[in-house]
Design a protein around this ligand. Structure first.
Ligand SMILES: O=C(O)CCc1cccc(O)c1
Length: 548
């Protein structure tokens, strides 16, 4: 990182958080902070949103994230629920079905969708807020930090005008309490901080072809399918209702330049799919190296990394951008608590404690799936197929829950899992839980919380902004559980209360009698500095006593 002293004449403006990068993870973070009233500035070198699909799959949890940062109806307007993700061999025999059916978080468990719809939905929300400034067409060029904040120098950027690199008189200097690098795999923020990346060395080269359907395609194209063909691995997947993604492996020794040509694309479409320009229009053609890299640390003082800046993974689970959006929401609500003075700065360390192992498990699963997809040895592929036909299970970790971080202590079998989202009715309005309650920390109880919590505890909950919700009629916190979602959930976890975090993760569960302890634990863990200095003081006292 630069150690440049900032004696610039350029105007300085102070923000709570500066965000570099305006892709899915940066959009989620900026909107979630903006909605919580913080002064945010976003710096993005491109003048407009990307406008083309990159991610084309989200799960229900991520749909719920989007619900909380933008208009979910706009985001999902071209989306289609996806029930299964099928893996076939070169002879078109089924090896494996990844079950994508069911519901999660108030949505279908999985969707294929058109990324620009999601970005437009969140961008529109951000642009309604006076407290969020978005500098599109500006490139971050220098970053430094001190005890009180970060300083970021930004310069207008136009890739068609390289001359502008030579002059800096119109630079802007931004001061912020925190900075977040949401600036992709080649992150300026990460490299400025000198943060290296670990590399799982999974570097398969694939051509990605996104298309618009000009007429109905055969039924098989409506199922996301990996063709694990050792001669040439390939895949096909809907992008919502009206578009289709095709991917094809570029084999070792083949020319990536040639794969990027239109001739190559049409030859491939004709040979493999018998499709031509009368069937599909190519929207985007790009050669990717599917890497799996992780920054060795995601925090450096007042700077954080999220999304691809922190981690990349091969696409085979469709979880790269989903993980980035989870990062964005998690870091946003943690920063919110710190900026409002309800949590200590050290609480922000739990961002990496929680997100790193979650991402690592998904990354490992994606690499394992990629090994299956990219088997090029015909004999090895045959043995693989036989093993699957004989019923072998996929050797990949289960979808992770949060295992560490801001979770209730003690025997807590459900901490780290996701809460459901059902319809509730309150004051004559019926809607999904988050549309009525919002997404602060929340305590949901079967019984009357006033039967177990003191007035002083209610005051402290209100001060931090914890929402209290009860399924018992006639209390100030009562809601009606319209479809029994919460009744069923409480039955399934054998509990009468839970505390959920703003990212829908269960902090802890318990009986009504255990609610006061759960609340105390939730509030105490926000004060990690105090805990750290208290235990340091205790150790010091013990040392002194031992000496005495
Ligand atoms: O949405 C994404 O992150 C990529 C979409 C995807 C999903 C599954 C397999 C694949 O190769 C791409």
């Amino acid at each position: 990182m630069s150690t440049t002293a900032h004696t610039d004449s350029a105007a300085e403006t102070t923000y709570d958080v500066a965000v570099v990068g305006y892709g899915p993870s940066g959009l989620v973070l900026a909107s979630a902070l903006g909605r919580r009233g913080h002064r945010v500035i976003v710096v993005e070198r491109w003048k407009t949103l990307y406008g083309l699909p990159r991610l084309n799959h989200i799960d229900g949890e991520v749909a719920r994230i989007i619900q909380n940062v933008g208009d979910i109806d706009v985001a999902l307007k071209g989306a289609e629920p996806a029930d299964e993700y099928v893996w076939r061999n070169g002879e078109d025999h089924k090896l494996l079905t990844v079950d994508w059916s069911g519901e999660s978080s108030g949505y279908a468990a999985h969707y294929t969708m058109y990324q620009p719809d999601i970005e437009d939905a969140i961008d529109a929300d951000i642009k309604t807020r006076d407290n969020v400034d978005v500098l599109q067409g500006w490139k971050a060029i220098d970053l430094s930090q001190d005890a009180d904040g970060v300083t970021l120098r930004v310069r207008q950027w136009d890739r068609h005008d390289p001359e502008q690199w030579d002059h800096g008189e119109d630079d802007r200097v931004i001061r912020a309490k925190y900075i977040v690098g949401a600036d992709g795999a080649n992150s300026f923020v990460r490299t400025s901080l000198g943060i290296e990346r670990d590399d799982l060395e999974s570097d398969d080269v694939w051509l990605n072809l996104d298309t618009e359907k000009l007429r109905d395609l055969p039924e098989r194209y409506s199922t996301s399918t990996q063709y694990c063909d050792p001669i040439r691995p390939n895949m096909s997947m809907p992008i919502g209702a009206t578009r289709q993604r095709f991917e094809v492996a570029i084999l070792p020794g083949e020319s990536q330049e040639e794969a990027a040509t239109e001739e190559y694309a049409w030859r491939w479409f004709r040979e493999r799919h018998n499709l031509g320009p009368e069937d599909v229009r190519i929207l985007r053609q790009i050669v990717y190296i599917f890497s799996a890299r992780t920054a060795v640390r995601w925090r450096d003082g007042r700077a954080f990394l999220i999304g691809d800046a922190a981690h990349t993974m091969p696409p085979y689970m469709g979880q790269g951008a989903c993980s980035g959006m989870r990062d964005g929401l998690t870091l946003a609500w943690k920063l919110d608590l710190v900026l409002r003075g309800h949590a200590d700065d050290a609480f922000l360390d739990t961002y990496e404690t929680e997100r790193r192992p979650h991402v690592a498990a998904i990354q490992a699963g994606s690499v394992a799936l990629g090994d299956i997809a990219n088997t090029l040895d015909v004999e090895v592929a045959r043995a693989r197929d036989e093993a699957f036909f004989a019923g072998e299970e996929l050797d990949a970790p289960a979808f992770p829950i949060l295992e560490a971080g801001y979770l209730a202590g003690g025997e807590q079998p459900h901490a780290g899992t996701l809460t459901p989202q059902g319809e509730i009715e309150k004051d004559g309005r019926t809607a999904l839980f988050d549309d009525i309650i919002g997404n602060p920390l929340n305590l949901v109880t079967v019984g009357d919380p006033a039967s177990v919590l003191s007035a002083e505890q209610f005051d402290r909950l209100a001060e931090v902004g914890v929402a209290v919700v009860s399924l018992t009629p006639g209390t100030p916190w009562s809601v009606t559980d319209v479809a029994g979602t919460y009744r069923d959930f409480f039955a399934s976890i054998d509990a009468e209360a839970y505390i959920a975090r703003p990212d829908f993760v269960v902090f802890g569960t318990g009986s009504m009698a255990e609610v006061p302890d759960l609340v105390e634990d939730m509030l105490a863990q926000l004060r990690t500095d105090a805990t750290a200095s208290a235990s340091a003081a205790t150790e010091e006292r013990a040392d002194t006593e031992a000496v005495a």
